[in-house]
Design a protein around this ligand. Structure first.
Ligand code: SF4
Ligand code: SF4
Length: 482
């Protein structure tokens, strides 16, 4: 998987490896101080500093010519109606009747379930058994998670404006009199335009920003959520979707560590959604096409490989992208556009190799959705595969605010910006021997052990409503509410 690891050994000197080993020993001895320093609010990096000043990782040093996923066969575009779990579950709920079974579903769903019978079983289990239990337990334990749920709902209270027109219409600012797109301003130089767009993304609230040339393989072949597309007609990739600008913001640290019961994704969803719409608006006013694809589910394309293409990070074992700045603690939005830009290069800072050995997320995942195995081929590309149906069923097996982000909370790359974690990140990226990653994985397991994954389940499923870390003071309902 890793493409520059071989040449890295010759390019990166043995001296660096020795430095890695000694830094590792030092960090082992002083791990306790590092752990304590992580509690300092000044180390909550990401959303507190939009200019990225604290983000001092030299990304250019790790730039590579090709993305870190591998193309191994004939590629095809994903059908969001069946491949995206949220869309599929919605369609399944509307279409499934016990009397008609599979035959009563739309042909693409029938085909999908015939190829993936285990997902029919999981989707049926969710509908018939899990959701009724979730509702009953939610009522029973409501008071314990009242503040967490209210906070999560508050963060998600402002939804995205609805896009209802096809991209050729909705992505442009139209002249009110003629109904035609307004004239595009002429920029002097795409290099300068890219710099401007990145600065603007930070000004609009983004922590991360990168640019990719849009690979059409990542655009859905069909979708079921509208946005100007009909669910029974194939999506033709619009001509003006030439570049993808990606932005991202982190989730709040302390609730993240108190997953799955006290965390939420809504905080970062909401911030990234707003930035996506703001940046699209900025570009449209200059006469170019721009469409925001924003969280939770308002996407016409697959986001993780675009993040890889844009040099934001590498796809890790849970299939989400790990960045040098925030680990995998961030939520992205994408803006597709025809504004002439210069794409960033992908980066390789050692994540693929780290993930091969680490497996901490797979060990801590309560649902078994994350593979312990190697990357496998999907639609022509090699990547770690995650069982999204198992994952979503676990979301509905836990109480609290919304879903699960344990694979984010436990990842060694997702640590606060104290000196020990910053040093460890740099040393890992430069160590060609693999010794550092093994040592750091050991330290991570030693210093950050979590509860037995089965205790995260809600009581009616045999669990204890456990959290990875205790909840932050401001989400402990028992301290505030009678
Ligand atoms: S926990 Fe380990 S295996 Fe999982 S994504 Fe993070 S580094 Fe990779
Ligand atoms: S979100 Fe939770 S259930 Fe889903 S893959 Fe991550 S750890 Fe597993």
């Amino acid at each position: 998987m890793t493409q520059n690891k071989g040449k890295g050994f010759t390019r990166r000197t043995f001296l660096k490896a020795s430095g890695a080993a000694s830094a590792l020993l030092g960090s082992a001895g002083l791990g306790f101080y590092g752990y304590e320093a992580g509690k300092d609010p000044r180390t909550y990096r990401g959303w507190e500093n939009w200019e990225g000043v604290n983000q001092d990782f030299n990304r250019k040093k790790y730039a590579v010519d090709k993305p870190t996923y591998l193309k191994v066969g004939e590629t095809s575009r994903p059908d969001a109606r069946s491949d995206v779990i949220f869309y599929r579950r919605g369609l399944f709920r509307r279409q499934w009747r016990d009397e008609t079974g599979l035959e009563g579903l739309d042909p693409y769903l029938q085909k999908y379930y015939r190829q993936n019978p285990e997902h029919l079983e999981l989707d049926l289990y969710s509908q018939n058994e899990l959701m009724p239990k979730l509702m009953a337990d939610t009522r029973k334990y409501r008071k314990q998670f009242l503040l967490a749920a209210a906070w999560s709902n508050a963060m998600g209270a402002v939804g995205p404006p609805r896009i209802t027109e096809p991209p050729e219409k909705s992505d442009f600012m139209l002249n009110r009199r003629t109904g035609q797109p307004i004239e595009a301003v002429q920029f002097k130089d795409p290099v300068k335009t890219s710099k401007l767009i990145k600065k603007m993304a930070h000004e609009l609230g983004s922590t991360l920003v990168g640019i990719a040339r849009l690979n059409p393989d990542w655009v859905y072949s069909y979708t079921s959520i509208g946005r100007g597309f009909k669910s029974d007609e194939p999506i033709e990739v619009p001509k003006h979707w030439q570049f993808a600008i990606v932005v991202g913001t982190p989730m709040s640290w302390d609730p993240l560590y108190a997953n799955p019961t006290y965390g939420t994704s809504n905080d970062a969803y909401s911030r990234s959604r707003i930035i996506g719409f703001r940046l699209a608006s900025f570009i449209k006013q200059l006469g170019y096409g721009a469409r925001p694809h924003t969280p939770g589910t308002d996407y016409d394309l697959m986001v993780p490989p675009i993040l890889v293409d844009a040099g934001i990070g590498e796809q890790g074992r849970p299939s989400i992208v790990i960045t040098p700045e925030l680990g995998n603690n961030f939520r992205p939005a994408v803006i597709t556009t025809n504004l002439p830009l210069v794409p960033d290069k992908p980066i390789d800072f050692g994540v693929q190799d780290f993930c091969k050995h680490c497996k901490i997320c797979a060990e801590n995942c309560p649902s078994g959705a994350i593979t312990f195995g190697d990357p496998v081929e999907e639609r022509g590309y090699l990547r770690f595969k995650v069982d999204t149906a198992k994952c979503l069923n676990f979301w509905n097996s836990t109480l609290g605010s919304m879903g699960c982000r344990l694979c984010v909370a436990v990842c060694p790359y997702t640590r606060k910006a104290n000196w020990i974690h910053k040093a460890a990140l740099k040393v890992t990226a430069d160590d060609p021997t693999g010794l550092t990653e093994k040592g750091l994985t050991f330290l991570q397991k030693k210093f950050y052990p979590g509860p037995d994954p089965q205790t995260y389940y809600m009581p009616s499923l045999g669990g204890e409503n456990a959290s990875y870390r205790p909840p932050p003071w401001w989400l402990r309902s028992e301290d505030f509410i009678e």
